[in-house]
Design a protein around this ligand. Structure first.
Ligand code: R5P
Length: 317
């Protein structure tokens, strides 16, 4: 662990994954992004050149490890290496979307735990602290031996649900694994009920849904999930919920990975609105898609870390 003086200046740098979000975070904090080149050598290797002095500074590297995942991960690792070798006081990786988080366990023989490997790589590169949003599994925090600030997009989504003022509200999880997350919403919303869908994954692209636990007939249902990847889970869940008599179905998902046939599936799904955040830049043109920003949430977390204030209290009340 490097030494951070109390007077250490705050410096923010961005990789290429989500520069727009990084600029908004900087805007919230009233600072400019640090000047640095994040490019490529002619053979494709990542080329980094910090143009600001980072000696002794409290450095925040903003980079989602979204597609192209490996490129963005390498940019982050090499940025950290450059900062460490330039004697930064502390290096915090702000990773709004943490790629590889779904590979968090050995659920069959001869497979890696890529989320753990990614954590090892970040620490080896010199990262002292991690800030991230809605990890696929909260236990991934334990893959790190450095402090992890795990933020929740629910802070942003709950505000929006309240604006929608939907009567007969049910919060639904598209699978049993997401039940705890859905329950977190129910607890914060007056008179919302919980529903859970029984889902089985057949392959990376395909899922099968069975039954719904909970009453959704004539209800307005908000499905909550951490990721929309190929869109199969939410599309099938929405169809099942409508078959079971739901009045309207909305989906709120923190990370818009949108790969494979996601756009097509979301367009065809019986969803009244698809609400995601900007942890990953959204370029797809889908009607009924709304993107809510997490810039303020991340900016406030960075401010609190820099000024040694509690981050968890951001989520109280
Ligand atoms: C699964 O456990 C996750 O929470 C998401 O439901 C899943 O990653 C979504 O994948 P897809 O959009 O490909 O169905």
């Amino acid at each position: 662990m490097t030494f951070l003086a109390q007077t250490a200046p705050m410096l923010l740098f961005s990789g290429n994954s989500n520069r727009h979000l990084a600029e908004q975070i900087a805007g919230y904090l009233g600072v400019q992004l640090g000047d640095c080149e994040v490019g490529r050598f002619p053979d494709g290797e990542v080329r980094i050149k910090l143009k600001a002095d980072v000696r002794g500074a409290d450095v925040f590297l903003i980079q989602s490890t979204c597609a192209p995942v490996n490129d963005h991960l390498m940019e982050l690792l090499i940025l950290a290496d450059a900062c460490r070798r330039a004697s930064a006081g502390r290096i915090t990786a702000v990773v709004p979307y943490f790629g590889y988080s779904r590979q968090d366990r050995k659920d069959e023989g001869r497979v890696p735990i890529s989320a753990k490997l990614t954590a090892n790589l970040l620490e080896a590169a010199g990262i002292d602290r991690l800030v991230t949003i809605d990890l696929h599994a909260a236990q991934i925090q334990g893959f790190f031996d450095i402090p992890v600030d795990h933020l929740f997009a629910s802070k942003v989504f709950i505000k929006y649900i309240k604006q929608l003022a939907l009567p007969d509200l049910v919060i639904a999880s598209p699978d049993v694994g997401g039940m705890k997350m859905a329950w977190g919403y129910v607890k914060r919303l007056d008179s919302a009920l919980l529903a859970v869908i029984e889902k089985r994954r057949l392959s990376g692209e395909d899922v099968e849904v069975g039954f719904v636990i909970g009453d959704v007939k004539d209800k307005n249902v908000v499905l909550v999930d951490d990721i929309i990847s190929t869109g199969g889970s939410v599309a099938k869940a929405a169809t099942l919920l409508r078959e079971k008599g739901a009045r309207k179905v909305f989906v709120m998902a923190s990370h818009a990975v949108f790969c494979g046939r996601a756009v097509e599936k979301l367009r065809d799904a019986p969803l009244s609105e698809i609400i995601v955040t900007d942890t990953i830049p959204v370029t797809s043109n889908i009607e009924r898609l709304r993107v809510l920003s997490v810039a303020e949430l991340l900016g406030e977390a960075v401010h609190r870390i820099h000024t040694n204030k509690s981050v968890s209290t951001l989520f109280q009340g």
